[in-house]
Design a protein around this ligand. Structure first.
Ligand SMILES: NC(=O)C1=CN([C@@H]2O[C@H](COP(=O)(O)OP(=O)(O)OC[C@H]3O[C@@H](n4cnc5c(N)ncnc54)[C@H](OP(=O)(O)O)[C@@H]3O)[C@@H](O)[C@H]2O)C=CC1
Ligand SMILES: O=C(O)C1=N[C@H](C(=O)O)C[C@H](O)C1
Length: 279
């Protein structure tokens, strides 16, 4: 007789930044995803505290009150039978503290919030490692962005002149975008230095040539209403320009990656950076 194993218990999920643009999408995605159990949501605006998240974001009652008590929520989550996960889409100023606290409680962080400094990332990696707690830091959850970065890695074998232009809505707190920083890092790790100067350049206005990222790569940041999230990687060579572009038209594009990350983080014992590592 074959015995069918019982379905594994659902993964308890906490969403931090639940009322924000990404948080709202994540609440809906987690509430609908098989095997995930939304147990708590955090936000900051005092007007929302105590209200049902489903009512606030307009998807019908979910019977989960919004709280701003991070420690209390993590302590509550840590008592669940299954290992809990915290998805963070908050703010560059808050994310380090949120992730450190989650790790301290054994709650696995899935971090979408950008703007962590290299030092903060390193500290969190050491902290997660010591605690043997899996943590995923993913600057972009879109599959199209992973493909764009892989195409750029291929192109870099043939070009050594490259600049990145990232374009976002004007409510974005950090610049350059986490995606652009990660893209430059990926190209920078390939063992070549880009953009050898052709002339002695003078910046007549500070910032005109963009931010200097890894290995001579420049990042230019555009902020305008009407944009969501877009990036161009431009490779130049005598007589030709090769441009790779990705456009986001709906934040729903991030949700398959978010749900995958929630499942995958439970398999990890340290900090992993980038969606490409879990695909
Ligand atoms: N990895 C990825 O694929 C993506 C990452 N992002 C990143 O996610 C982050 C959030 O983006 P987005 O949803 O557009 O931002 P929003 O400003 O729309 O939402 C931010 C949310 O976090 C809360 N919040 C803001 N500041 C703080 C704080 N200091 N402490 C605690 N909570 C805070 C807000 O609560 P309240 O409204 O109550 O103040 C709100 O719920 C950004 O870093 C962005 O770059 C965005 C898109 C995709
Ligand atoms: O703030 C945003 O909107 C986005 N932030 C992420 C980033 O900084 O790269 C991901 C995406 O670009 C949207």
């Amino acid at each position: 007789m074959t015995v069918t194993p019982p379905p594994s218990a659902p993964i308890p999920v906490v969403i931090n930044g639940a009322t924000g643009k990404m948080g709202r999408e994540t609440v809906k995605a987690v509430a609908q995803a098989e095997g995930l159990d939304l147990i708590a949501v955090l936000a900051r605006n005092p007007d929302h505290i105590g209200q049902d998240i489903g009512e606030v974001i307009g998807c019908g009652p979910l019977e989960i009150p919004i709280t701003n008590d991070l420690e209390g929520t993590l302590a509550f989550a840590a008592q669940e039978k299954q290992i809990p996960v915290m998805v963070d889409f908050t703010h560059p100023d808050a994310v380090y503290h949120n992730v450190r606290s989650a790790i301290a409680y054994g709650v696995r962080p899935v971090v979408g919030t950008t703007g962590l400094s290299p030092q903060q990332l390193q500290d969190l990696a050491e902290f997660a490692d010591k605690a043997s707690v899996g943590c995923l830091v993913i600057p972009n959850f879109s599959i199209g962005v992973v493909l764009m970065q892989q195409a750029a890695i291929q192109a870099s074998r043939f070009y050594n002149h490259v600049e990145i232009i990232e374009l976002h809505h004007n409510h974005k707190a950090d610049a350059p975008s986490g995606t652009a920083v990660q893209t430059a890092q990926l190209l920078g790790e390939l063992g070549q230095t880009y953009n050898p100067p052709a002339v002695q350049e003078t910046e007549k206005m500070a910032g005109a040539r963009g931010a200097a990222a890894a290995e001579g790569i420049r990042i230019h940041s555009v902020r305008l209403p009407g944009l969501i999230a877009h990036q161009e990687i431009l490779f130049g060579a005598p007589g030709e320009l090769y441009t790779i572009r990705h456009d986001t038209s709906d934040r729903g594009c991030y949700m398959p990656g978010v749900v995958l990350a929630v499942r995958k983080v439970l398999e990890l014992k340290s900090l992993v950076y980038g969606l490409d590592k879990i695909l």
